[in-house]
Design a protein around this ligand. Structure first.
Ligand code: NAI
Ligand code: OAA
Length: 340
């Protein structure tokens, strides 16, 4: 790896390890749909620095060729190509992984669900193109509201007859990144010592951090516990307010998106024991009509290898879960109804 790529990797050091690991690279073409945006640009840069990405295909309705020209000068081995608005099908040819940060972000006072009206059709149309051109691609959905956009992608692929639940992921990694960071500060240790499993969905009360499962976090109780859980659940709002109308988290999201993509690529390459929370079609609460859920998932050569159970929860975590489920169910049903 070149000096610059090494520096980028160091600068982005992940809570649990480095941002990128493993060198058993296979030919992997990755597409970013929405590459011209606030997340898309830094995400494209980070993916250019990932040695497991051999080819990068950047698409947006505006600006992707410029981003591609810029990122392509970074001295890592991967090829980069940008595609204009009318070149979506070309952008998707031969891709193995498609990352979707296309769509509008929140402004202060909005919920993620307020983005549904705009983003639902953007995500549906992009998923339909993936179904047509790259039906075996793994799809990583960043666009909000994730609790609804993932069911939209799944239903769109299902309609096209190409849905494989092992290959569709909602990217909830930012919740995990925030939890590790916030808890480490309270516990007085480094973030690598506080990997926190975050389950449920990706919006306010549907975000359920399981602090009791980490040896440092489990000693946080009382008011401090309530505050840190609230901060993890509403970390997105903190950024939206600070940006004051200029959008939502982009840089930390690009980091989280690159981190999750690297985890998936490592799994696809056959690395064992790659486990991280992600929002997937899941049996865990299917008997309650909730068939998408984020929990720890082992990633492997086919994508989803194994969906882990939640493990034991404290009474407080059980309460958080109870608050999550009805909201999550509503969000999922809204997504499905949009495609039906
Ligand atoms: N999953 C998560 O944890 C997070 C999700 N998000 C979500 O990510 C999305 C993107 O956020 P930002 O990058 O900040 O927004 P942005 O507005 O800066 O960028 C979005 C990009 O999508 C492009 N776009 C719009 N329609 C498109 C289409 N049909 N095809 C291709 N590209 C299209 C736009 O041209 C723009 O470049 C938002 O929905 C936001 O809520 C943001 C942060 C965290
Ligand atoms: O808050 C938002 O709208 C963006 C997001 O999903 C996050 O930062 O977690």
């Amino acid at each position: 790896m070149s000096f610059l790529a090494r520096s980028a990797v160091r600068a982005c050091a992940a809570p649990s390890s480095r941002l990128f690991s493993s060198s058993a690279a296979r030919l992997t073409k990755v597409a970013v749909l929405g590459a011209g945006g606030g997340i898309g640009q830094p995400l494209s840069l980070l993916l250019k620095s990932d040695p497991l990405v051999t080819s990068l295909s950047l698409y947006d309705i505006r600006g992707a060729p410029g981003v591609a020209a810029d990122v392509s000068h970074v001295d890592t081995a991967s090829e980069v190509k940008g595609y204009a608005a009318d070149q979506l099908d070309q952008a998707l040819e031969g891709v193995k992984v498609v990352v979707i940060p296309a769509g509008v972000p929140r402004k202060p006072g909005m919920t993620r669900d307020d983005l549904f009206n705009t983003n639902a059709s953007i995500v549906r149309d992009l998923a339909a193109a993936v179904a047509r051109v790259a039906p075996e691609a793994h799809i990583l959905v960043i666009s909000n509201p994730v609790n609804s956009t993932v069911p939209i992608v799944a239903a769109t692929l299902e309609k096209a007859g190409v849905f494989d639940p092992k290959r569709v992921f909602g990217v909830t990694t930012l919740d995990v990144v925030r939890a590790a960071r916030f808890v480490s500060g309270l516990a007085g240790v480094t973030p690598s010592e506080t990997p926190i499993t975050v389950v449920g969905g990706h919006s306010g009360p549907t975000i359920v951090p399981l602090l009791s499962q980490n040896q440092h976090a489990k000693s946080i109780t009382g008011e401090a516990y309530g505050k840190v859980v609230h901060r993890i659940q509403f970390g997105g709002d903190e950024v939206v307010q600070a940006k004051d109308g200029a959008g939502s988290a982009t840089l930390s999201m690009a980091y989280a998106g690159a981190k999750f993509t690297n985890s998936l690529l490592r799994g696809l390459n056959g690395e064992k024991g790659v486990v991280t929370p992600t929002f997937v079609k899941s049996p865990l609460f299917a008997d309650q009509g909730i068939d998408f859920f984020s929990s720890n998932v082992e990633l492997g050569p086919n994508g989803v290898e194994k969906i882990h159970e939640l493990g034991s929860l404290t009474a407080e975590e059980q309460k958080l879960l109870e608050a999550c489920l009805p909201e999550l169910k509503k969000n999922i049903e809204k997504g499905k109804a949009f495609v039906a």
